[in-house]
Ligand binder design. Structure first.
Ligand code: FES
Length: 101
């Protein structure tokens, strides 16, 4: 059962292996927006995975295409609605949400 450490709040939550990163962030009470309901459409669940990236599910083509259309993505970017948790701990950074991105 992986632990997700969330920056910048510093919160940690445990989640089930195979569950969506988005659901873990919402369960932690983070103000993450999911306008499209997790369809890789709105891009609002964009996060930076700082550690444990390899433990997450692979980026799908749909996710990649959406990420390509978002300003400010990096090699650490994922859509939280598309990333499924593996067995290992991850650290994610939510910078950008507070600015209405
Ligand atoms: S919730 Fe819309 S892209 Fe993830």
């Amino acid at each position: 059962m992986p632990t997700i450490t969330i920056l910048p709040s510093g919160k940690s939550v445990e989640a089930e292996t195979g569950s969506r990163l988005l659901d873990a962030l919402l369960a932690a009470g983070e103000p993450i927006v999911s306008k499209c309901g997790g369809e890789a459409n709105c891009g609002q669940c964009h996060v930076f995975v700082q550690e444990g990236r390899k433990s997450l599910s692979k980026t799908t083509r749909t996710e990649n295409e959406k990420l390509d259309s978002i300003v400010g993505v990096s090699s650490k970017s994922r859509l939280a609605c598309q990333a499924l948790l593996g067995a290992e701990n991850v650290t994610v950074e939510l910078l950008g949400f507070g600015s209405g991105f």
